[in-house]
Design a binder for this molecule. Sequence first.
Ligand code: NAD
Length: 484
Amino acid sequence: MTDTVHVTDVVLFPNLYIDGEWRPGSTGDRFPVVDPSDGSTIAEFAVASEVDCDAAVEAAAAAFPAWSATAPRVRSEILRRAWEILTDEVDVFTEIMVRENGKSWPDAKAEASYATEFFRWFAEEAVRIPGEYRLSPAGDKHIIVTHHPIGVALLITPWNFPAAMATRKLAPALAAGCTTILKPASETPLTAAYVVDVLERSGVPKGVVNLITPKPVGPAVSRMLAHPAVRKLSFTGSTEVGRDLLKSSADRVINTSMELGGNAPLIVLPGADLDIAVEGAFLAKMRNGGSACTSANRFYVHESVHDAFVERMTERLAAMSVGPGLDRRNQLGALVSVKERDKVADLVDTAVAEGARIVTGGAKGERGAFYAATLLIDVAHGSTINATEIFGPVTAVVRFAEVDEAVSKANDSEFGLVAYVFGEERQAIQVGQRLDVGMVAINRGVISDPAAPFGGTKQSGLGREGSTEGILEFLETQYLAVTV
Ligand code: NAD
């Protein structure tokens, strides 16, 4: 059993964090955390039992009255301190993600900065929680509107952005005055443990942040959602699991925020500047090795630019250096597991069986969970790969002739998280406004920003994270009527 994990000069405890204390689970069971670039075990992380999950909920409930009454400025300064520590320790933060998630060093470093920024942004929002005071139209009363922290919040996060998905929830929850239980993906608990360690060092009082890793996860989460103290569920993950959690939350009408799956269209219009389109498409596809809910999944390219776009995108993809993220020169790391890598390989095989052609890539690595940067052409709209969230480094191109056709195909999905449009600016904005998605990137490949509202329409989710809206997800509105 591994008692501690050494990353550069930081020692991590692969344990639960409950009521301000790092502890093994009550059963003593552990599960392996694996480096997907070589299959080695990095740590044995504690399994949280029902007793541990109950203890985490009780600790968060006990800490709520004092934390919710803590002055916003004090909460803000704790979050600011977390931003400072993470900024100082960016290489440690990066290395932990590289090792347990497999992503490349540049991808992990970009995530570390993005994740860190949520603490700075919400440190600033903590002292700007809005309210209202006005006279009713009839003149009979004053309408006073205030916002109060909801209570104990359960935060469930995926493996693909193990840091940013945790900080995008923890920072607004703590800024709002909620207490929290973080349940990270079992593939990436060390990043979560590190973020919690930083929050402890920043001065978060005991019980305000708790970390649990139950196995199996479904019954443990259902049990916590049934606990009367839990008032909020903020979930990021697949639409499939999100749907189940919405059903379980219905029993106690728990307030939910859902950041779910995507199947992002990327449209290259006639007249697009190909330098900008190829650079943007490359980022939209390859950021995080394609394992992003925002990853461009369906490329609709106008026939007038199709061949030139494919040629230039192929050159960019084929030139990528692929290998372990600890070698900082590599641009494409491993997928999170051999299972995820095989899912991507199967999707490519199915695409070929359905008529697509491989222009570059299409091969597994010899060792580790690697898959080559791949480009497919002659992909049919509605084919399996076009209708599935690929979550890997595969560009699947569909040719189109009419702009209206591209818009209707882009909208032909149960998902509505994000879209990318490349073209002459005015036309690109007009097309973007016709897309049924929560976010549209115009002539650029990266859209996420802590200061912007992140979230989707249709089955991509409910609610928004980041921006001024992110903190409202953790606040209840109260209206007081006061006779004039
Ligand atoms: P997942 O749904 O399998 O798991 C997400 C989290 O839910 C993990 O912590 C997992 O342990 C937990 N979980 C799994 N089964 C559960 C259950 N029955 N009850 C309660 N919790 C359960 O997703 P994943 O494979 O880790 O992540 C990939 C998915 O996340 C993709 O679909 C991606 O689009 C989505 N995602 C969305 C966003 C967004 O902001 N919209 C961001 C990142 C990832």
